[in-house]
Write a protein that binds this ligand. Structure first.
Ligand code: COA
Length: 169
């Protein structure tokens, strides 16, 4: 049985992430979505909220498991007996960053390999940070995230009083 981990901060999960998850099931028996705490990014959503959004988006398959990563990704992989990571490689601009991450995870994970999947061209320019920014200024995010995530994004921004920031100033 082949098990792979698909890690990310998923702040929030986008249709690009969802496409990779769906297609990964054609290649691997089990996919563990490793939701990183993302302390390096100061996420908008809490870790629990991001895990819940990914669980909802992937409820269609029993072969997908969703789990939070609190410490190092390499430690998470060791505790789950996983030796292979999956990442999407969208364009040349992703290349350098992804090479760095693959190197860090190979060293810390003592041989953990990273496999890259090419996303559909529809999703090449989807970034979670762009989605957050578009929503913050009241733009339509339906091309980037599923309807439930769009609702949660709007609720979150409204709760934080930063929705429709275009009126600020
Ligand atoms: N479709 C859409 N967007 C995609 C994508 C795809 N197929 N692939 C990547 N992205 C985007 C994300 O939306 C995100 O956008 P943003 O930067 O604007 O938010 C960006 O590309 C990459 O983010 P993400 O995929 O969430 O991963 P990450 O860069 O936050 O990395 C780890 C998370 C855990 C994989 C990485 O930090 C790591 O491997 N670290 C090793 C060190 C470690 O263990 N650190 C502790 C865990 S944080």
């Amino acid at each position: 049985m082949t098990t792979i981990a698909y890690p990310g901060t998923f702040d929030p999960i986008t249709l690009g992430h969802e496409e990779i998850m769906r297609r990964s099931l054609r290649v691997f028996d089990k996919v563990v979505i490793a939701v990183a705490h993302g302390a390096h990014k100061e996420p908008l959503f809490t870790l629990g909220e991001r895990v819940a959004m990914v669980e909802e988006a992937t409820a269609y398959s029993e072969r997908i498991e969703v789990a939070p990563v609190v410490g190092l990704l390499a430690d998470f992989l060791a505790s789950h007996n996983i030796t292979t990571l999956l990442r999407g490689m969208r364009s040349v601009s992703d290349f350098e960053y992804e090479m760095q991450l693959a190197d860090v995870n190979r060293r810390l994970g003592k041989g953990v390999e990273t496999i890259f999947m090419a996303p559909d061209t529809d999703h090449i320019y989807v970034f979670s940070s762009v989605v957050r920014e578009v929503a913050m200024f009241g733009g339509d995010v339906s091309h980037y995230v599923n309807p439930s995530v769009a609702d949660k994004l709007n609720q979150k921004l409204a709760a934080q009083n930063i929705h429709n920031a275009k009126s600020v100033g």
